[in-house]
Ligand binder design. Sequence first.
Ligand code: XLS
Ligand code: NI
Ligand code: NI
Length: 453
Amino acid sequence: MAVPNPQGERWCSAMAQAFPEVQGRVPYEGPETKNPLAFRHYNADEVIEGKTMRDHLRFSVAYWHTFRGTGRDPFGDATMLRPWDDGSNSLENAKNRVRAAFEFFEKLGVPFYAFHDRDVAPEGESLAETNRNLDAVVEVMKEEQERTGVRLLWGTACLFSHPRFMHGASTSCNADAFAYAAAQVKKALEVTHYLGGEGYVFWGGREGYTTHTNTDLKRENDHLGAFLRMAVDYKKKIGFSGQFYIEPKPKEPTKHQYDSDAAACLAFLQHYGLLGDFKLNLETNHALLAGHTMAHELEVALAYDALGSIDANDGDCMLGWDTDQFPTNIYLTTQIMLAVLRKGGLAPGGLNFDAKVRRESFEPIDLFYAHIGGMDAFARGLKIAAAMRRDRLFEKIIADRYASWDEGIGRQIESGQADFESLERYMLAKGDIAPNASGRQELIENWINDYIR
Ligand code: XLS
Ligand code: NI
Ligand code: NI
């Protein structure tokens, strides 16, 4: 909830704007501009590798951070000033918030947004009333989507905030929590389908444990597998063709989350026969919490054709939690865009800013600065990655490094024509291996810096 706004009553007329400081769409003005409310690099219609920046980047705004983030932290209360939000749980307030959100999406010029069911509409006294609340707000979302042309990248369900999910949702020890979560995801899938969503994300929320002493890990994982199977079945039943994603995260809120990283998710999906139905939604801050780099997670996903979508944020390595900061690091965005270009594009996934402004950045205009910075950082990353690819930089480095596998003994091994005995004969005759070549890491890093300008 936002800080109760002393001027709240002024936000009542349909004509009022939530962001009067920004009139019209944020323009592209090029790298030399000094205008803080203009793009320096994100030029939506500019074509790179045969596609517009808009289509390469597929930016999305995360409703939960940008329109429900309060600035509250474990030590302090809400700080955000959100003049359109009266701080109440009323349906009217929820609808006003949707209008403010679409004004923001439109002015920023993003093609997509993403939300959890409980971000947009308040819980009622019963599941039935909660569903009715959701339906009422979804009508406004639908209207706003049609008015602005902004689309839904993915929907999801919040299976972690309410106390009923204290032990988890599909991995809860309480079978009723599983049933409630199933009903909630069923509804969230229907709503996502109704809004034309291009995907649906399963982030584990509280699917994990805080102590082994009371946890049956195998049983909980079996339940998670069964839950996802039911979701796949229901998706088919209602004819929803959006992509399903699992979002890896190793910890927080639990000590260990079952979907801890890309590799763990892939093993889980394979074990439960779900590999064909899911891709991964990778998030930089989650990679860091797992003790990986985002580049590592991207490589793992690419290797198994499982890169689906990206939660575009960054973390702070000095802090041990999901700080969900806006991404401004050009090395990071370059790595991500290299992966995206290698994959041949992100669609139906996108770059979703699962990021929040700092609690000290409490004014509405800070939401613009944050997103503009993130979009420009990715646009730069895209241009840099495309330049590296034009020069076939990494392609050459890697091809040279593995040249010994393209002929002779290497080719025999890769094509399955070798065994331990033939390899022993080969090595006994040769005596020792051909000399190793330098890995040239420092030189490669210097080359990379030549591109990052
Ligand atoms: C939380 C996750 C969450 C998912 C959607 O850490 O990143 O925001 O993206 O449930
Ligand atoms: Ni996320
Ligand atoms: Ni996160």
